[in-house]
Design a protein around this ligand. Structure first.
Ligand code: UD1
Ligand code: M6R
Length: 365
């Protein structure tokens, strides 16, 4: 079943051009997106007071990646909830809310309990899952299957990128009644058509990521700084590293750097800064300068051809990735970090597909 690959995680990372193609199959038209499962509910969603994304782990991160675009296209406030935290707080949910539950397996206990809670409170409940017939798919009012194909590695990879693409399509469908965003929507639909090709391009960084992993084998800790569309990439990249490579790693919002994390910076701690081109680019350039001034050990992810703009001194390590539409850039940017986590795990001699203490689906609280 692993074909030419040594591990399922490796196979699933490299399969992403294909899984993204199946996620979009039959759903993208020239100027339109058709999501059969949401069609009759779009009007209700457009009238909701708030959209709340609810999930755990990687599924939460995927929703966080899609949030800025959904807010931009819908104009509806989008709240984020980790399922367990929503339950702990018994946070308020109303009839006027649309609650969107994101879960690869559709069987995560906290997510399902949060679903029961939202149903009791009268919200419209939408599911986004990879598993047809799962409890989530059955108990939500409506939803979208991500159709990424079976994911076996405990570390979620291809489901993450397909979840983001589905949520971008959901945003396009919700925003379809607005003339003011039509040209932006057309541009994103075009970019979605080309996304699998761009993912194939970024996968060519495999051996470069293996080299980078070799240089990091002995480090104790790794920080990842992102913001805007790529705040989620920082959280998800760090989650992959800690989950499979068993290395301490934290994803951080770059805008919070001066409020604490800066104290950690020295010549030894590796810091990945995500600085691909988008509205936050100049802010990330200044973050890089400030880290550089403190002799930080920098690894910068930038758009192709941008090396001299992100690292004028030539002293940092650079990962160059293809540039795509801003809301799709998280799909590209996570791939080198998935590859890095994979190679770090193999080089450190740990179990890639079955990390210690973890289960693929967390069905108990
Ligand atoms: C559906 C078919 C697909 C077919 C296509 C043709 C299924 C599973 N999918 O895809 O095989 O090629 O029509 O038009 O039969 N749902 C939930 N909660 C969730 C996920 C989904 O309630 O978490 C519901 C949806 O609202 C929908 C149904 O499940 O009623 C199928 O969803 P989805 O597979 O995303 O729909 P299509 O893409 O239209
Ligand atoms: O099946 P789900 O998407 O609901 O799972 C949620 C998390 O348990 C899951 O994403 C977990 O964080 C992964 N192992 C991360 O790779």
């Amino acid at each position: 079943k692993k074909g030419n690959y040594d591990h399922f995680m490796q196979k699933e990372i490299h399969e992403q051009p294909h899984s993204l193609t199946t996620t979009m199959r039959g759903r993208l038209r020239d100027n339109d997106v058709v999501l059969g499962g949401l069609k009759v509910h779009l009007k209700t969603i457009r009238h909701s007071r708030r959209i709340i994304f609810i999930g755990c782990g990687t599924s939460y991160n995927a929703a966080l990646a899609a949030r800025p675009f959904l807010e931009e296209l819908s104009g509806i406030p989008v709240a984020m909830e980790l399922a367990s935290d929503l339950l702990d707080r018994q946070g308020p949910i109303y009839r006027e809310d649309t609650a969107v539950f994101v879960s690869q397996s559709g069987e995560t206990a906290d997510t399902l309990l949060a679903l029961e809670y939202a149903l009791e409170n009268g919200a419209l409940c939408v599911g986004i899952t990879n598993t047809v017939g799962s409890t989530l798919a059955r108990k939500t009012h409506c939803g979208v299957h991500i159709n990424a194909g079976c994911e076996i590695g405990v570390a979620s990879t291809k489901a993450y990128t397909s979840q983001i693409v589905v949520m971008v399509m959901v945003a396009l469908a919700i925003g379809a009644d607005k003339i003011s965003t039509q040209s932006k929507r057309d541009a994103i639909i075009n970019a979605l058509h080309d996304l699998p090709n761009q993912v194939s391009e970024v996968l060519k960084l495999d051996s470069e990521m293996k080299d980078l992993a070799e240089s990091l084998i002995e480090t104790q800790s790794l920080l990842v700084f992102g913001r805007g569309y790529n705040y989620a990439t920082a959280l998800e990249g760090a989650l992959k590293v800690k989950e499979v490579a068993l290395m301490h790693s934290e994803g951080m919002l770059a805008g919070e750097m001066k409020h604490g994390p800066l104290a950690l910076v020295d010549e030894t701690l590796p810091i990945i800064v995500i600085a691909t081109r988008d509205a936050c680019f100049s802010k990330q350039q200044s973050v890089i300068q400030q880290l550089h001034a403190r002799k930080g050990r920098l690894i910068v992810m930038c758009s192709n051809g941008d090396v001299s703009s992100v690292c004028p001194s030539g002293s940092c390590r650079v990962i160059e990735v293809p540039q795509v539409a801003d809301c799709l850039q998280p799909v590209i940017n996570i791939v080198p970090l998935q590859l890095l986590a994979y190679h770090l795990t193999v080089l450190r001699g740990y179990d890639v597909d079955q990390p210690r203490n973890l289960a693929k689906s967390v069905t108990t609280q």
